[in-house]
Design a protein around this ligand. Structure first.
Ligand code: SF4
Length: 184
């Protein structure tokens, strides 16, 4: 393990209780629930397959990403995945965390993309106020609430934030937002 990763591993002093970890999962769970309702309206089988895909996606996240995270087997993981991962999967090499994250996160992003596409198709085929509110709720929860929640809470305390591609991307976006603010 190189110095940067060792330093990151040592910065794992924050510990979340089970209740906090459970609460931190609510935005994500709400995303899956709203996504499945949208796809159920399109075709029941799509809704079922989507829920199945979400479950597989979470399990793959535990095995491919969380197992390489310094929060593996520790209570400093905001959503409790670190301890769940350690119960079922072997520990990976933390220096591989950014690579694993970059490689597999596009696959997990399909959890957001499928319901969004489904919502657009649903609205084009049968525009109703109910469908509009449903798709808007999914968009707000999945694309605003989840990133905001991780930015102000989960990522803020994460020991991997210096190495994590997602956190770096957020830092870049934040810098761009700050620059743009000067001209508005
Ligand atoms: S901090 Fe993220 S990557 Fe690390 S164990 Fe928790 S959920 Fe997994």
């Amino acid at each position: 393990m190189n110095e940067a990763h060792e330093a990151a591993s040592n910065r794992v002093s924050i510990e979340y209780t089970r209740k906090e970890a459970l609460l931190n999962n609510i935005p994500g769970m709400l995303t899956y629930a709203l996504g499945s309702v949208i796809l159920f309206h399109l075709w029941v089988l799509f809704g079922v397959l989507y829920l199945f895909f979400c479950i597989i996606g979470i399990v793959l996240f535990w095995t491919l990403i969380c197992s390489h995270c310094p929060s593996y087997d520790k209570r400093c993981c905001p959503c409790g995945y670190g301890t769940i991962s350690s119960r079922f999967f072997k520990k990976g090499d933390p220096s591989q965390f950014p690579r694993m994250f970059k490689t597999y996160i596009p696959v997990f992003s399909l959890i957001w993309i499928f319901p969004l596409l489904g919502g657009v198709i649903l609205l084009l085929g049968n525009f109703t106020l109910y469908y509009l509110l449903l798709v808007l709720s999914f968009f707000i929860v999945g694309f605003v609430l989840v990133p905001l929640f991780s930015r102000v809470h989960g990522c803020k305390d994460c020991p991997m934030k210096e190495k994590c591609p997602w956190a770096k991307q957020r830092k870049l976006t934040f810098r761009l937002e700050t620059r743009l603010d000067k001209y508005v």
